[in-house]
Design a protein around this ligand. Sequence first.
Ligand code: MEV
Length: 328
Amino acid sequence: MKRIIRVSAPGQIFLFGEHAVVYGQPALAAAINISTEAKAKPRADDQIKIVSKGVGNLKGKVKKTNGDWSIQEKTGELSRLRFVVKTAEITLNHLDEGSGFELEIDSEVPVGSGLGSSSAVTTATAAAISSIFDRNLSKDDISDLAYDAELKVQGAASKTGVKVATHGGFLKVTGDEMNSISDISELKVLIGNTGDYGNTGELVKKVRLSKESRPEIINPIIEAIGKTTEAGIKSLQDENLEKVGVLMNVNQNLLEGLGVSSPKLRKLIKAARDAGGKGAKITGAGGGGCMVALTEESVDRISRAIEKKGGEPIKVKVGVEGLSFDSK
Ligand code: MEV
């Protein structure tokens, strides 16, 4: 067993394609330099201790019942740490390992913000726990464990979040298929956080219900988002940023059609466009959380405009490295 493992998994933005990606349409997402760190160390007994900075603590024991490892006799922040606990249990079962461990989590990714906080935390947790048992899982094994945990906790989800958290860079995700897009030059984007919580599970469910009740209207919107993503990727590769901005705005209008925007998101998106943003849209599930603007030279002006409308501007680097390990 290794002594201490430290891993880091990035958050993400969707440049194009959120929601439609759940139905097999392509999306383009990118890793950002805001990340979740997990530090794990093994214990010689069956005790589990989880400390998540700013979120809460949890204690328990790992036990096997009916052939499955689970964390039992839990006390502490059960609900707020549900993604971590579920990932830990799924990872222990995958490895068939049942010794105790201590896990410390420190995340810069704001929860429910559309910046992939649950994917970053599930990925970092699966990577840290599997590593203390000296099991060198591949990035795809780790993203499968993280994805399984997301599905069990929040319901329907695409693999975009966990793939970006493991592989990093710019990723085109279509169902189970994933392609790194390496020929995108550095992009200047600015995130605006509404500070409102967006519940991904609820928003995905809302879109599914309207798709089921009005397929003739919602299916074409979802397909149009897929086409916008394809055109957006092409425009990024051609370095035609004017067109990228127009397509981001088109994508936003289509997301409005799916009913996942909010008055505050609309306000920040309008402010970013008025202040010179080439394009602006929701990033992630919507309902609250963040928007993203393509900024070019106008970054400071857009930043002030977002602040003036009550949002928090966040400058990020886009297309950064994915999951990284540091073992001692
Ligand atoms: C949430 O960050 C993005 C959605 O497309 C859901 C998903 O892809 O899992 C809304």
